[in-house]
Ligand binder design. Structure first.
Ligand code: SAH
Length: 390
């Protein structure tokens, strides 16, 4: 087994369970370790730390898969891990749709697997996990006997690992337009051309949190994608719902989804840039009882964090101005670098500028099939706030 030695002063982060080893933490490595190969990581005095995969071109040359010296990385390893992930999700009640594997939080760094009932979507975001795709597919076949497996590796982050972007079938070809059930509703999911893996499972628990506040309400949902929150709102008893998204395709899907659930008379969807129309509509004096905001990540880099803060402040301020007194703001952020405290501070700043008072109803993270591991910051990325605004 090839060995990577850590520097004498290694960060507590690694010893406390974080799976990433950065370049500057490595003292030296055996020669000629192939990219994507398995390595043992040892302290400078040769104590075993863990076993992981190696990529010399990555900013993070090693990501650990195991802390158990006797555990070999092979087909059996992936089968066992995927079984463990499934047992955990089932225990939490996710029997149909779930993020089956959430990378670092499941000790399978950079591997994402979303389960949409009998269909699976995979992302392998680092070279060292990409090479194990055949074993991962084999494990899925053996545990689930799936109707289809699709690869959504059309993500720029792969290029940092020297990998190309691609998408396609990992099983026999199948119809990638599927219908899933969530909270008793039905949604079309486009596994091939939808955003990310096709559907945002990370909000599946949070969608239930709007149940009471939307009763009889006039609801505006910005960044609606395929209308999941909006259709929930209509189903839960909203009087009327307007959803907007910049993507024409998303709006078409949202309309289809409204029809699928028989709420097309209450739900209306428009293609619009939320930054423009929220401002315009508040100037025009439009008012809603509930405003929902679920924008995409505003930055992935610390260099542009200020831009993200400004963006969140802007849309939340606009959202608050569109609310009738005593209305509810349902606001999300999936920018990893904006931690929960910072997000709440941004909301406070927006409220101050909008001259509004806010009262927190609930503050959540992503749904429980995306576990949060303390000490691995990237596992806690979603912020979801419901607040009364007056
Ligand atoms: N609420 C959705 C997920 C939203 S994802 C769900 O739970 O399924 C973010 C959405 O914001 C994407 O659909 C994207 O097309 C849209 N978007 C990005 N920039 C936008 C903008 N400036 N105005 C409106 N929508 C935008």
């Amino acid at each position: 087994m090839a060995i990577v030695y850590l520097k004498k002063r290694i960060s507590a982060r690694v010893l406390n369970g974080h799976p990433w080893i950065f370049h500057n933490e490595i003292e030296n490595t055996d020669d000629d370790i192939p990219g994507g190969g398995i390595v043992d990581v040892c302290t400078h005095d040769k104590k075993f730390v863990g076993r992981g995969y190696f990529n010399p071109v990555s900013r993070i040359p090693v990501r650990l898969l195991s802390r158990d010296k006797s555990e070999e990385i092979n087909d059996v390893f992936f089968l066992k891990r995927i079984n463990r992930c499934w047992e955990y999700r089932k225990k939490l009640g996710y029997v149909e749709n779930c993020r089956l594997v959430f990378g670092e939080a499941d000790s399978l760094p950079q591997l994402i697997i979303d389960k949409f009932n009998d269909h699976f979507v995979i992302q392998t975001l680092a070279l060292g996990i990409d090479v194990w795709k055949p074993s991962i597919v084999k494990a899925l076949d053996s545990v689930f006997n799936p109707k289809g497996i699709y690869e959504r590796n059309d993500v720029p982050v792969r290029e940092l690992e020297g990998l190309s972007q691609k998408k396609g079938f990992l099983s026999h070809p199948f119809n990638t337009q599927i219908i899933i059930q969530e909270n008793g509703l039905q949604f079309n999911v486009d596994l091939e051309n939808g955003q990310k893996t096709g559907y945002f499972l990370d909000q599946q628990d949070n969608r239930r949190h709007i149940k009471n506040i939307v009763q009889g309400a006039e609801v505006l949902g910005a960044f609606c994608y395929t209308g999941t929150f909006e259709i929930h709102a209509a189903h839960f008893g909203a009087k009327s719902v307007l959803g907007i998204d910049i993507s024409e395709n998303a709006v078409l899907q949202a309309e289809k989804n409204a029809e699928l659930n028989g709420v097309q008379n209450k739900c209306h969807f428009e293609v619009a840039n939320a930054f423009d129309v929220l401002k315009q509509w508040s100037k025009e004096g439009r008012q809603y009882d509930v405003v929902m905001l679920d924008p995409p990540a505003f930055t992935k880099s610390r260099d542009t964090i200020q831009k993200a803060i400004t963006g969140y402040k802007e849309i939340n301020l606009r959202g608050m101005k569109l609310l009738r007194p005593g209305g509810f703001l349902v606001t999300s952020s999936c920018t990893n670098l904006v931690d929960p405290e910072l997000f709440l501070n941004i909301i406070d700043m927006a409220a101050k500028d909008a001259r509004k008072k806010i009262r927190q109803v609930t503050f959540q993270t992503q749904s429980a099939d995306h576990p949060v591991i303390r000490g691995i910051e990237s596992t806690r990325y979603l912020k979801f706030l419901v607040a009364e605004v007056s």
